[in-house]
Ligand binder design. Sequence first.
Ligand code: DON
Length: 616
Amino acid sequence: MDPLVSGPCSPVLDLLRQLHDSLKGVSDGEVATYIPELSKADPDAFGICLVTATGTVYEVGDSQVPFTIQSISKPFVYGLALEDNGRGPVLEKVGVEPTGDAFNSISLEPGSGRPRNPMINAGAIAAAGMIEGRGLASRFKRVQDMLSDYAGRALPLDESVYRSESETGHRNRAIGYMLRNYNILSGDPIQAVELYFQQCSVSVTCRDLGVMAATLANRGINPLTGRQAIRGQYVENVLSVMGSCGMYDYAGEWIYNVGIPAKSGVAGGVIAVLPGQVGIGVYSPRLDARGNSVRGIRVCDELSRHWDLHMFNSETSGRSTIRRKFTGAEVNSNRVRTLQEMAALRERGDGIRVYQLQGNLAFATAEVVVQEIMQNFEVIHQLVIDLKRVQTLNESACRLFWLTVVKLAESGKRTVFTHVDRFPLLRRYFKVKLGDRAEELFRTFEDNDLALEACENQLLNRALPARTTDHRVGPLEFDLCRDLTVSEVDLLSVCLVHKRFAAGDTIITAGDPAAELYFLVRGTVSVLMVTAGGRLSRLATFSPGMTFGEMAVIDRAPRSATIVADTEGECQLLSLEALDGLRQSAPEVCIKLLTNLSRTLSQKLRKANRELSVLD
Ligand code: DON
């Protein structure tokens, strides 16, 4: 039982147990004997392991019993050959066509002598011949390390099986010489054949196969260790040949019924890989006439039916790519705006469009976003694309975004991206396509709040060209002093204490006792709070003419957030004591202050409600 699956038994494990129980009585098939050492296997051994692409391991039965990987090594070594040589040179030496022949058939293309695919022995030996290294030992070390990266642990060589195979591997040697004859192999063919025997003799367990399959399902990254076992771009080639050739002359029926790229081994192992979802490993040494594990096939067939794993049975993707969309009239940044600015944003903010995306962005899913943007092309002036909840983003999505950004820019429309750190491919793509213009067209912000503020500033600079943000305001200009007469402002001013601050100064610290209210005369300050995720998040930014720390006036409770100066500036402090004094000496001033205060707070509440209704 896997310690990872703690607490009540998972339904997935329940199913695997039921499946194991239902098939353990199946005794069709024979253990392989043509490699003598393999005949020592326990014919009734039976293990199943399912590993998700996110790294959860479910295993039942003999999942920890060691056996040799045999032909299941072929797709992995083919992947290494692709990494060492690239697709072109490998395709020159090994084809990708299913043969419909047995695994050990001498199936070479007439004329070129090229093996038809890398899953039959001939193709696997040719691939072994393309592994880089100085001599057999270093090549095998690279193969062994690579397989261990997939498994997430060091995999040993089973010396006795290797010896047994090497002593009896005459047919494979013959294949080696044929390949040498056609110059598919260069130099001494026996080097390649011996490497092939060694790769087949690497010792694994059913659990290892599950993890190795999940690594392919996770685009080459081991979901348990996070280690890259193969470059993502080659995974599609490995899975393609597994899909079309992995089960030899049963490949057609397999893909029809089970519909998952797979590979079997003559020691009784089977792996199956559903890209992006799950890896399956099965161990059961009883083989059918084609050399595939009888119970291995049954398990994959059942799992595919039970959990709809057939790769051609996929839901239409894309409908949920846009998690949320809103305009700059509906939701504003946390930059606190003057009433005039708020009015301008409500009036013109519709031109700011924000799309929060989610899931895996590929052609079909990115296309949905682009279509939505194109349908709103005329109204969009500034576009914000938020990638916070995007899991993966591939090159086609990058291409679609690049083309869209350029199309918008040609009409003077601006695009910004947020939360791009996890997607260096996107930045690289824009850089490659746009060169120096990438700085101008590929604009990014840490989060939506900052992106929205930048879009708002752009809009307000156009809508309110006279507005300035770095000016100095007098008492009469404060929103909180609305409707106060000059003499009343004078009464208030004598209570105020002037305070300067430098950029970066902490003006208020969360938890501190609240003792005063702040009138911001010059500069800007921001309210910061540490989120549950430990990130410092901006709740608000104030500009001259605004007040902060006013909640203290209402509830006298300790400060709820920290306020830091963004720039050098000044403010006037009204202590609660002085306010209480004013309550006695000039109650009309106090009433006006509190009325304005409650109006400001109700505006903030209305803004919060309006935005919550859009963001729910
Ligand atoms: O070359 C051989 O015969 C073995 N080392 C591997 C064959 C194998 O696993 C076929 N798979 N079903």
